[in-house]
Unconditional design. Sequence first.
Length: 868
Amino acid sequence: MNAVHACPPIPGDRAPALRSRRRRLLAWLAAGLLAAGPGLAQETQQEERLPTGKLTTEQAGRLLTTGRAAYEDGLYRLARQRLQDLIAGAPDRRRQAEGALWLARVLLAENNPQEALALLDSYGGQVRAAVLAADVALARAQAQFALRQIPETAAELAVFKEKFADESAAPSALFLLAQVQAAQGEWDAARETCALIESRHAGNPAGADAWLEVASALAATGRLDEAQAALAHVEQTWTGQVWSERAILQGIELQMSQGRPDVALERLEALVTNTNLLPETRATGYRMTAAALAAGTNYTAALDMIERGIAAATHPAQKLEGERLQADLLLRSGRVNEGATLMRSVAARMPDRSQAARIQQQLASRLGYLDKWNEAAAEYQAWLDAFDGAEGTADILAALAWSLWSAGRPGEAAPVFERAAAAEPEPARRLPLLQKTADSHFASGQFTKAKTAYAAVLSAAPAGGEMAARAQIQLAESELAMGETEAGEIRLLDLSRAKTETEFSRTATMRLGALYEERGALETAMEQYGRLIESCLEPQTCAQALLARGLIRYRMGSFQAALDDFLRIRDRFPQTRPAAQAMFMRGWCLYLLGKDAEALEVCTQFLADYPGSEFAPDVQFWLGEYAFNHGDYATAEERFCRVAADHPDSPRAPDALYWAGRTATARRAYLAANEHYNALMTRYPDQPRLAETLLAQGDVLSELGQFGAAILAFNEVIVNFPQQPQAMVAWGRKGDCQYTLGQENPARYEEALLSYRTLLDFAGAPVDLRLQAGFKIGRCLEQMGRTAAALDRYMEVVYAYLQETDSPPEGTVWFTRAAFGAAALQERAGKWKEAFGIYRRVADSSLPAAAEARDRMTRIRQEHWHLF
C-alpha cells in the first residue's frame, strides 16, 4: 500500500499557500501511516522485553490507539500524555519505538522539531522492522528539515532510493528529498527525484506535489521559465485531476508576479467559466481574479468576482476565505462599515482559533492603513478581549498602543505601551516601547510619569547610544516642563558638550539657545547658536542656528548683522529648510536699511522660488502694503487679492481682502471695493475685522449713493459691536447718511439728530468725535429752521474746543466749521458785532482758518463801520 507524503510546515520557509499545502499533506501522511500501522505489529514475532515494562500488551495497545487518535484530532496535549505513558512503561522495545515515533509526530505538529529529533535519537535506533525503520527515518528527516539541517536531511533520505524504496513512506520521503534538493539549488537532481516518484509510484499524488513544490522554488529564485515548464508537466500529466488544476492556478499566479496581468486574467476568465473543473478550483480562480482586479483598484469588478467565487465554492472553508477577501476589498474600496462588519463575522465563524485571531488582526491592521485609527484601536482591543495571552499578544498590544497614539489619544496609549513592553520578550524591541510609554506620558502632560519613564529608558539603553541620547533629551524636556529648569538645562549642557557631535548634541544646543531667548538673554542665546555655526557638520542644523541668530539680531535692530547671517544661509545652505525664511528676511532687512529696490527684488524672487512656502502669504501681503503706501493702488489691490486667492487658509487672507477693499476705495473703484468686503464677510464671518469691514462697506455704499444700504451696514456695527469704538463711528456715519437723505425728506433730519446725539452722549467718546457730533447737531437744527438752537450748538462746540488743552488736529476742523456756521447765522440775523466777535475767536487761535476769519472781520468793519 502506498502512503501519501508529508512534511511539517517550516516557519517562514514558503508562501502561505505552500505551508497550507504541507499541512494537508501532513494529514494525508497520518492517514497513510494509520493504514500501515497494523503491519508493524505483524512484521515480527520477536518482541524484546524491557525490564522497565509496567504495561501489559493490551494496555500498551490502548495507549497507542488513544495517542494516535488524539494526534489525528489535533488534541496534542492529550496525545503527548498518552504516548509519554506508553514510552515510560512499554512492555517491549518495538512498542516503545512506536510510541516514540508517534510522539515525535506530535512534537513536529507542535513546531518542536528539536525535541522530536532528540526523542527519535533516543529510541529510533532499536527498531528492527523495516516498515517502522522507514517511518523513523522519514520523521528524523522531517525534524532535520524543520531545523534547516539541509545536508543531514539529504543524507537521511538517501536510503529511500534503494533500501526503503518499496516502503509506504517512500513517496513522502522522496517528496521531501525533492524539496531538500531544491533548497540546495540542485535543480536537475530535484527534477530527477520528481520523475522517480512518478515512475515508481504511479498515480501517487506525491509526484504531482513534488513538481509543484519544485516549481515554487524555481520561481522564488527567478528561474521562471523552468518553473512554468514544471507546472506545464503537472498540468498535462495529471489532466482532469485536482493537481492539474492547481498547476494551472499556480501558473497564473506566476504570470501575475511576472507583471503579465492581462495574460493571467485571460487564463482566469477561461478557468472560472469552465464548469468541468472542481468547484474548489473555480472558487480559487475567482478569488485570484478579484485580487488581480483589486491590484488595479478596480474594486467594483473585483467585488463582483469574489461574489461569484463565494457562490461557486462548495466547501465551507472556501466560502469563508472568499468572504474574508470580500471584506478586505470592501475596506479597501472605502466601504469601511460594511467591510468591518463582514470581517468580524468571518472571524467569529472561523473554526480554527488561530485563524480567527489572524483575521481580527488583519481587520485592525487594514483600518490603521486607512488612517481609521480610532476604529483600528477598537478592533485591536476586540482581539485582546478574545485572544489575550495567545501567540502574538505582545504585537497586538504594541499595535493598539500605536493606534491610540496616532488617534491623538496619548493618555490612553501610555499604559498600553507599558503593557506591550512588559509582554515583549526581545530586549531590542522592548526598549522602543518603553520610549513610547514615556513619549505618551509627555504628550498627555503627565510630566512626572514621563520623567520616571525616560529615566528607566536611560538606565536600560546602551550607554552612548542613540536611544540613551534621545531619552536624555526628553528627560530634560520633562524636567523643564515640571519647572525644574536648572536640572533640565544641566542635562542639555551635558549633551551639548559631547566630544563627538551627534544629532542629539545639536538638538541640545539649539534648545538651550531657545531657552535663553525665552528669558530674554539674547546675547547668551547668540553665543549658543554661534557654537553650532562655527563647528556644526550638519547643514540643516547649521542653517537653523544661523537663522535663529539672524532673527535675534533683527529683533535687536542690528539689520546689517542679521542680513549677513541670512546671506550666509543663501550662500552655504541654499537647499535647507531655513533657506526660505532667510530669503524673505533678507528682504525685510534690506527694506529697513533703506534699500527698497533690493528688498522688492528679493521678495518678488522669493515668491517665484518658494510659491508654496508658509511664508509666501506674508511676503505677498508686504508687497501689497508697499505698493499701497507708495500710491500704486492697482498693484496693491492685485497683491492683496492674490493672497486671498492663493492662500485662503492663511491668517493673512482676511486682512488681505480687507485691504483689497481699502485699496479699491482709494482708487475710487467703489463697486470693486464692495465686492471685496462682501467676499471677506462671506468667507470669514468670524474674522476680527468684521466691525471695520462693515464700516468700510458702509462708506463705499455711501459713495455709491446707496444710503439706505449704508445705514444697514452701520446698524450691524451698532447692534453687534455696541461697546467697541467702531460703534461710535457707526453712529456718526449713520447720521451723515440720514442727513443727506433729509435733503429729499426733511423727516430724516430728526433721525440724523438722534444719531448725532447718541454719539455725543457715548461714554468715552474722544474729543474730536464729540466736537464733530456737536457741529452736525447744529447743522441739522439749522436745516430744520431752528436757528437759535443751532447757534447754541455751534457755540458749544467752539467753547468746548477752546477749553481743551490738548485738542487733536481733527478737532480743529469742527471748531472752525462750528465758528463759521455760528457767525453766518449771526450775519443773517443782522447781528454784525456778535458775528465779528465769533470770527475774532478764530482769528486769535493761530489756526490755518485765522486768516479767513480776519478777512471776514475786516469786511464787517468796512460794511458796518458805524457799529464800531
